[in-house]
Design a binder for this molecule. Structure first.
Ligand SMILES: [Mn+2]
Length: 396
């Protein structure tokens, strides 16, 4: 993962060139990479998110795309260790060098890019993000619009010198983008429509960070009927926000998160889109392919405790004995940085063990990771509440 000159070492024979004779435009659409996520405070798990980003950059080289779209939540919060950011900056520098600056990375801010939780308090000072830093270093193109301006000035062309703007044209594709507009962006979306030039002979992409209502249970989103007015001006709505992948009405695209940010994400269809846009006799056609990323493997196991255990050590021994039989198929000869080494979700069921069995979860996780080729364990206790015995009634 921290190999020097990663792209050169791996793809030295491949050269990225700007083939002007090619009539089509190719791009990758990814979102919700959540760089900086420290899942279960595990170092290997936190590297998985950078690894997923590296894989997106690799796929851009392999497929020789013209640009990469990152539709928000590229970072998981403003809290980021310098070592992690150094890795990301180094990766971007190497990518730019290897691709001869021919593959632009175009991004917008998501809700996570601007959020910081410090000692449980939300960080309120607006306007800062790691994406702004990467943009000022010239490593990415960060788009944002001025929604207070008259329609013709809402989206100014991105200026390479000032590093500001709300739209950028690459061949015959125009990409528009804004910052995160909140959970209810409806009124702002009609302003956005006015800022998008219609019938310009270009393929219009709009990048936004919001979800469509109904695509994820119990998660608020924008009603699909409320964005139909954009359809006449936008050929491809590049969304981010919901970690579950969906494609709607052949113009709304949400790739899902690149890695699983929480345990439920593992069950969602997720990945990135590889899109090819071709113009033939004044009409655009697009071909959208779903690419899957090599994510961290995961396994769920359930252990039922159906007899009375009185000592902590007995409970731990029992769990480890059961895991020996469940996990014997796992390969012990792989390194934890290898995403094939799984994360274990362990459910404990059955009778609730007595108070004397209360184990230190961190300690048990450590023990399990030492014995088995497991990168981390997350333990869920789903015990039955003990039945009231006749004695309880008498004492009560
Ligand atoms: Mn997200």
């Amino acid at each position: 993962m921290t190999i020097e000159n990663y792209f050169k070492t791996k793809y030295g024979n491949l050269s990225v060139s700007n083939d002007e004779t090619q009539g089509s435009v190719k791009f990758i659409h990814a979102s919700d990479i959540h760089l900086g996520a420290v899942q279960y405070s595990n170092e290997h798990r936190s590297n998985d998110f950078i690894q997923a980003f590296q894989e997106i950059l690799e796929l851009a080289i392999i497929h020789q795309v013209n640009f990469i779209l990152l539709a928000g939540d590229i970072f998981t919060s403003l809290e980021m260790l310098p070592g992690k950011l150094t890795k990301i900056v180094k990766l971007l520098n190497e990518f730019i060098e290897f691709s001869n600056s021919l593959i632009l990375i175009i991004a917008i801010e998501g809700n996570h890019d601007i959020r910081k939780f410090s000692r449980g308090v939300r960080f309120e000072r607006r306007g800062q993000s790691w994406l702004k830093l990467l943009n000022s270093l010239g490593l990415i193109v960060l788009l944002d619009a001025n929604l207070e301006a008259p329609p013709e000035d809402i989206f100014k062309p991105y200026n390479i010198k000032t590093k500001k703007g709300g739209k950028i044209q690459i061949k015959n594709v125009m990409i528009y983008g804004t910052r995160y507009l909140g959970e209810k962006p409806i009124s702002l979306l009609s302003k956005i429509r006015k800022g998008i030039t219609n019938n310009n002979g270009l393929f219009n992409i709009l990048m936004q960070h919001f979800g469509i209502e109904g695509q994820m249970e119990n998660v608020p989103g924008v009603k699909i009927e409320d964005i139909q007015h954009l359809r006449h001006r936008v050929n491809y709505l590049a969304l981010g926000h919901f970690h579950k992948q969906y494609i709607l009405q052949d113009w709304i695209y949400n790739p899902g998160s690149s890695e699983a940010v929480c345990s439920v994400d593992f069950s969602y269809k997720r990945g990135i889109f590889l899109v090819e846009v071709t113009k033939k006799s004044e009409k655009f056609t697009k071909l959208v392919k779903i690419l899957h990323l090599i994510n961290r493997r995961y396994i769920w196991e359930t252990i039922k405790v159906d007899f009375e255990i009185r000592a902590k050590k007995d409970l731990e021994d029992y769990i480890i004995k059961r895991l020996h039989s469940y996990l014997k198929y796992l390969n012990h000869d792989i390194d934890p940085s290898n995403p094939h080494m799984p994360i274990l979700y362990l459910i404990l069921k059955g009778m609730e063990p007595s108070k004397s069995c209360k184990f230190n979860e961190k300690e048990l996780r450590g023990k399990i990771c030492n014995i088995f080729p497991i990168v981390d364990v997350k333990i869920y206790k789903k015990y039955k509440t003990p039945l009231k015995t006749l004695d309880n009634f008498i004492l009560a």
